[in-house]
Design a protein around this ligand. Structure first.
Ligand code: UDP
Ligand code: MG
Length: 318
């Protein structure tokens, strides 16, 4: 029998645990000809998420619980789940039911048709603020512009199905700074998508705020491409050219005309402008050096305190 693995990272999701497993197993039970497992990753929650997960494990035999030693963040928790998943097809989703479980059935169908990646794409972002929609759109435009041949699909989060061979390739990637939604498209393979309308969080609160979304965007860009570095060189060349032209103009005016060059305001603004550009370029270099630093240290992406497997004797969820 083929096996479907669900990976769900959980951080302070005590309000979601029981609703989530009830709903997901309701759907999984409709997959009659498959074995199923749900790998829940407790990402160092400070509430009762872990205890609740263990009690869920007693109720549903298809749950495995990975307990990380502290909070490592969403992406690291997903990586941990990917490591422990044993299925032939693997579905990554959030715990808050914003990724509707119903479409799992369609995902599996597509996978059986031969697709290696089945993305779940939000058909609208109506419930997001205008600012979030606009920044998300700009981010995907930018990253697609920068990442060359790789196409990063818009309005696709982490919710997707990947086949075993994609999983093996992901697990074999050596990099430590991992953004799942960027890594998967970079591998290629046959990809399709299913559209869905994203509901509101069923309970609890989002863990993402503006700073963490900006961080994710920078991680995404710096892991996908080195073009920002080249951009820094180009900006430097352009600004140097403008500077040189204005020097020539000033020398010309001093030697051949009666004009005296005046104004401290222009000088100060040019210094500030140049200072700003230099700092941005330094920052860009810094981002890449930080990534080199993290990769060179070669530390594990997460530490697992314990892992309790799904009970093997019973095949289906009850
Ligand atoms: N999450 C996690 N570690 C963290 C933050 C979040 O494992 O440090 C999990 C969280 O429990 C949820 C998923 O990642 O299952 C997505 O988080 P959230 O719903 O807060 O993000 P949003 O949907 O608002 O982007
Ligand atoms: Mg969410």
């Amino acid at each position: 029998m083929k096996k479907i693995s669900i990976i769900v990272p959980m951080y302070n999701e005590s309000q979601m645990v029981s609703i989530f497993f009830e709903q997901i197993n309701h759907i999984l039970n409709q997959l009659k000809n498959y074995e199923t497992e749900i790998i829940a990753v407790n990402d160092g929650s400070h509430d009762t998420t872990y205890e609740l997960l263990l009690s869920m494990k007693l109720k549903y035999s298809n749950i495995g619980v990975v307990n990380l030693s502290r909070n490592f963040g969403h992406e690291a928790a997903v990586s941990a789940g990917l490591h422990y998943a044993t299925g032939d097809a693997i579905i990554v989703m959030d715990a808050d039911l914003q990724d509707p479980p119903e479409i799992i059935l369609q995902m599996v169908e597509k996978w059986e048709q031969g697709y290696d990646v089945v993305n779940a794409k939000r058909s609208s972002r109506d419930e997001d603020s205008l600012l979030k929609r606009w920044t998300a759109m700009k981010f995907y435009q930018l990253i697609n512009h920068l990442s060359g041949k790789v196409y990063i699909p818009q309005n696709v989060g982490n919710y997707r199905l990947i086949s075993r061979r994609i999983l093996d390739e992901l697990n074999a990637l050596p990099e430590k700074n991992r953004v799942f939604r960027i890594l998967v498209p970079s591998l290629g393979y046959r990809t399709t998508e299913i559209e869905f309308v994203r509901p509101k969080r069923a309970a609890g609160q989002t863990h993402y705020n503006w700073p963490s979304m900006i961080r994710l965007a920078i991680d995404g860009i710096t892991s996908a491409t080195t073009i920002p570095l080249k951009l820094a060189t180009n900006i430097g060349l352009i600004v140097a050219f403008i500077g040189l032209s204005s020097i020539l103009l000033i020398v010309y005016e001093a030697l051949f005309t009666n004009k005296t060059v005046t104004g401290w305001a222009s000088t100060v603004s040019i210094i500030l402008f140049m200072g700003g550009i230099q700092l941005i370029c330094l920052g860009v270099i810094g981002e890449y050096i930080a990534r080199i630093f993290i990769e060179v240290k070669n530390r594990p992406v997460y530490h697992t305190e314990s892992f309790s497997k799904p009970s093997e004797s019973i095949r289906k969820a009850v």
